[in-house]
Design a protein around this ligand. Structure first.
Ligand code: BG6
Length: 534
């Protein structure tokens, strides 16, 4: 995270200059006054160079970093993919992909600068000769662009190839580090499909890569608001004293989507909502929200505190899965005024599919800060709105003073960290409604990022790529955290597999989710916040 290496003093200066938005071009990625050093000389090798992730996220991110002058002159991109293509054709493709997917209007001179640093190698992921060609190209790139043998290999490919590509890279000498040269590899979810497969993948990668070379991305950690949870908690004295079981009644973490599976039916029907969102994105949100203050922003300090949170979550027993986990699948319904089909009628989804498109869990973090505070997590497709947030509900104060007024019906204080789509932080509390009688109304103090910092267009991958090139692993997952995440959800997966759902579809597209999820909270005398557009 570029804001953090400069940390304290620079951050201060950065905040002050960033507030002067007079020169900020709406929609552009760079804020005026951003303070960060460019990365050192290196080549980014993209496996899966012709794929969707590359054109929609990676190239636009590299362009944005270049636009903020965070990439050096001694820089190169090397595409590696199965498609037959010469370097000229690849450069033309980059040009087209950038103009179609950049997050703001592109500057042709800057595109040219990036494109003339791009090279391409055609190859099969399993063919040793292809890696020899790649090594040869990288030697030339080192000569022509001065990249000094520093390589970032981005595996933007199907996960079943991760171990194979890592092995081949090792065999070709492309992940061997020295005092002068770094070599790093980025992989992205899904990293396994359960605890056992995640352990097996980690073990395979460990055979050829050190942990410090392995960068496991969770794209939620690239989101500004997610990173801001750390700053909000630890740079402000106001909330931390109340951030514990004494003052907090419970926490709700919601990642609701209004979209369906969008052509990814093949993958999704095998994965389901629980695997797709909970061991990764949602447990990341939970651990940032619940972790102890780290001793510094150094990668190990932050990652260790996050890991401790996950290790303190007791996996649900088979019996508890029946009462503490809820699954759902959407039927026909209406989203944003339009009729949409049931999940079972989506492309490449089995006609009688029993895959969940909604999952909710009640988890407990068994440590001194959080014992007895339930953490409710829910995520689903085709819900009423796109809305991701963490809501912290404080305990109710003694209300004797208000015994004869309707105040007892008011929702207790809530602090809501909104992650998307409208990023912000809101504090909900009660205030007196003007007039002679004491009546209390629910009001909110609402901070919206865009009012203060304007809208910056980013793909969410810029910080992650920048950090990896800098060698800062703070925002990446360690092997043990990935396994801890799977350890939490695997018992649920097992029970759900053994007892297929009998009541699917159990929520209408465009609704708040299944009634069973409401019951999960109402049994505890609580209720979900409404999922609605901001
Ligand atoms: C991905 C999931 O990891 O995250 C998708 O595979 C999901 O199913 C997506 O839609 C959500 O990401 P975001 O950034 O749109 O909240």
């Amino acid at each position: 995270m570029p804001a953090l290496p400069m940390r304290a003093t620079d951050l201060q200066q950065n905040i002050q200059t960033a507030l002067d938005l007079t020169q900020h071009k709406p929609g552009s990625y760079c804020l005026p006054g951003q303070v960060a050093d460019p990365v050192g000389p290196c080549a980014v090798v993209i496996f899966g160079a012709a794929g969707d992730l590359t054109k929609r996220k990676l190239l636009p991110s590299l362009y944005n970093l270049a636009a903020c002058r965070l990439l050096p002159d001694a820089f190169a991109i090397v595409g590696f993919a199965r498609a037959e293509m010469g370097t000229d054709a690849y450069r033309e493709k980059l040009r087209q992909d950038l103009s179609a997917h950049a997050t703001s209007e592109v500057d042709p001179a800057l595109v040219q600068k990036l494109v003339e640093r791009a090279h391409y190698v055609t190859g099969n992921f399993e063919d040793p000769a292809a890696y020899e060609r790649l090594a040869q190209t990288l030697r030339q790139v080192d000569q022509s662009h001065g990249t000094r043998g520093n390589f970032l290999h981005y595996l933007a490919i199907a996960p079943n190839y991760f171990a194979e590509v890592a092995r081949q890279l090792e065999r070709a000498g492309l992940v061997r580090e020295s005092a002068e040269q770094w070599r790093r590899v980025i992989v992205e979810k899904p990293l396994g499909t359960d605890l056992e497969s995640a352990q097996a993948l980690n073990a395979e990668l460990r055979k050829v890569l050190t942990e410090s070379q392995t960068y496991r991305i969770d794209h939620y950690l690239g989101k500004e608001t997610v990173q801001n949870i750390l700053v909000f908690r630890f740079a402000n004295g106001m909330f931390e004293p109340t951030w514990n079981r004494r003052y907090i009644d419970h926490v709700q973490i919601t990642v609701a989507e209004s979209l369906g599976v969008e052509g990814r039916g093949g993958y999704y029907d095998e994965a389901g909502a629980l695997r797709d969102m909970i061991p990764n994105h949602m447990l990341q949100l939970l651990s940032l929200m619940a972790m102890e203050p780290p001793t510094s922003f150094a990668a190990e300090a932050v990652r260790e505190e996050k890991a401790k949170v996950l290790r303190s979550i007791a996996p649900l027993s088979g019996e508890k899965v029946l009462t503490h986990a809820v699954r759902g699948q959407y039927g026909d319904g209406q989203v944003g005024g339009e009729r949409v089909p049931a999940y079972r009628r989506e492309e490449r989804v089995k006609e009688r599919s029993n895959t969940e498109t909604y999952a909710a869990l009640r988890l407990q973090i068994d440590n001194w800060r959080w014992a007895d505070v339930p953490f409710y997590l829910r995520t689903g497709k085709r819900l009423a709105a796109r809305s991701s947030e963490i809501a912290i509900q404080f305990r109710r104060p003694p209300l004797t003073l208000f015994r004869d007024t309707p105040v007892e019906k008011l929702t207790p204080n809530q602090l809501v960290v909104r992650i998307q789509p409208e990023e912000g932080i809101a504090l909900h509390f009660g205030a007196k409604i003007p007039g002679p009688s004491v009546r209390v109304g629910a009001v909110a103090m609402d901070f919206r990022y865009r009012d203060h910092f304007g809208l910056t267009a980013s793909t969410g991958y810029e910080t992650l790529l920048y950090d990896c090139m800098k060698g800062d692993a703070t925002l990446f997952q360690r092997a043990d955290t990935i396994e801890a995440g799977w350890g939490i959800v695997t018992p649920v997966l097992e029970v759900w597999k053994a007892l297929p759902a009998r009541n699917f579809a159990n929520y209408a597209a465009g609704s708040q989710g299944p009634a069973e999820a409401d019951a999960l909270l109402s049994r505890d005398g609580r209720q979900w916040r409404k999922i609605e557009a901001p």
